[in-house]
Design a protein around this ligand. Sequence first.
Ligand code: FAD
Ligand code: NAD
Length: 457
Amino acid sequence: MTERFDAIVVGAGQAGPALAGRLTGAGIRVALVERDRIGGTCVNTGCTPTKAMVASAHAAHIARRAADFGVSAGSVSVDLAAVVRRAQDIAARSRHNNEHWLEGMAGLTLIRGHARFVAPKEMVVGDRRITAPRIFLNVGGRPARPDLTGIGSVPTLDNAGILALETVPQHLVVVGGSYIGVEFAQMFRRFGAAVTIVETGPRLIGREDEEISAAIHAMLEAEGVAIRIGATCIALSPAEGGVAVGLDCQGGPPKVIGSHVLLATGRRPNTDDLGLEIAGIELDAHGYITVNDRLEASADGIWALGDCNGRGAFTHTAWNDFEIVAANLLDGEDRRVSQRVPGYALYTDPPLGRVGMTVAQAKASGRPLLVSTRPMSRVGRAIEKGETIGLMQLVADAETRMILGAAILGTGGDEAIHGILDMMSAERTIDELRWAVPIHPTVAELIPTLIVDAQPV
Ligand SMILES: Cc1cc2nc3c(=O)[nH]c(=O)nc-3n(C[C@H](O)[C@H](O)[C@H](O)COP(=O)(O)OP(=O)(O)OC[C@H]3O[C@@H](n4cnc5c(N)ncnc54)[C@H](O)[C@@H]3O)c2cc1C
Ligand SMILES: NC(=O)c1ccc[n+]([C@@H]2O[C@H](COP(=O)([O-])OP(=O)(O)OC[C@H]3O[C@@H](n4cnc5c(N)ncnc54)[C@H](O)[C@@H]3O)[C@@H](O)[C@H]2O)c1
């Protein structure tokens, strides 16, 4: 027998549960289907445990640097099992809070299992058949597994597997020098592992401006991370003491031997096992569900939210997708994903806070620009904290005076960037931001100075 609901939500990651909450609150009967752990990637194997581990790595780093601050801390050692336990406990608390909330949600039927379309508005989950006039897909993504020669012949780690390690690897080879790769590389170096990053591109985190990539490269090298850029991992094979990582590279040895290998070569959407073709739901060339500006898919009555729609790759973008869909359906609003000012942080230490365009993107747009850059070594708060690595940079349109983008790589950069992100969201000009009176001593207090110092490009 087919069970009828007013709405089906597939995936209890970052958008699904919140949407279920709003829908049930409006008297809509919802089936929420989750095949794995409530909370999805962010809570279980992404943001939450990794940022908890970044905090442990920071503690080890500061303890080693204690003498710089006139403090004696003795010798520093890291108990990885305790680090991981702490991170897993924090993730479990978050997951349990979510589970508790969903289990008590009036009007919600929580179904455990893998959902798949069998007709345009009908899905099967195990031996249950469910149908609803509206279906919301929040199915997220998973690590891409590159097609490397010999990949099946050796053990490899991904962002989930690495959270199960109990001892510090002797030598961790990180394949992929982008967001996931550099966060894990720095933290495992600080836990005491030898670390080598192997990156195909000519620089780390290639989507950022060259100055940012260069500063992060220098910071990691200064901590002892070996970096092989312009080196593509093409093969993996067993070697004495671990894994041989075969490289196609211009310079340097064609092989790196590590005790462990982390694959951080990107993510792919969970859209290949949903039966989307049966429902007439179109995908783009990379497997993301095609959506319009209101996050409606190509088939009537279907929405796609979060990482699976390719319009964002972050927890806050998944959450904003929920806000857009809920506001449009329940509050009579006309919210669109194109209204979102894109921002994110990379949690190296110090972190990179980013919003809007890079300087390279702004230059490519052909506008007249104002650009301003300040090294963190000229920021009082950073000097006082003994953390002067990094820089802050802002780019604005010289004619309209609108801020186009900014980066703050430095202590507190993930927080300070909001001073600019909020002004961009409110569509205010640099002239208005210039007259803010920020608090001293902070990193954000230099934002008006950045504006005063901006030069035409
Ligand atoms: C290591 C790492 C660190 C990260 N750090 C950050 C960070 O610091 N900040 C940040 O903003 N983002 C970060 N991200 C990205 C962030 O985790 C994702 O953008 C976010 O989780 C996306 O949420 P989502 O709801 O779209 O998908 P997910 O959280 O992936 O949730 C999708 C859910 O759908 C379920 N599902 C899939 N298919 C089906 C099906 N057919 N039937 C039933 N259930 C199904 C899955 O089991 C999963 O629970 C990180 C990611 C990784 C991997
Ligand atoms: N702080 C955050 O918000 C945060 C942190 C981690 C991850 N994430 C999310 O996770 C997503 C995925 O991150 P990611 O870093 O895995 O992917 P990515 O797509 O950003 O980068 C993958 C990197 O791997 C390299 N690569 C691919 N194949 C290779 C090979 N064979 N040899 C060497 N290098 C190779 C690519 O050149 C690229 O630099 C990000 O887009 C981001 O949204 C966010």
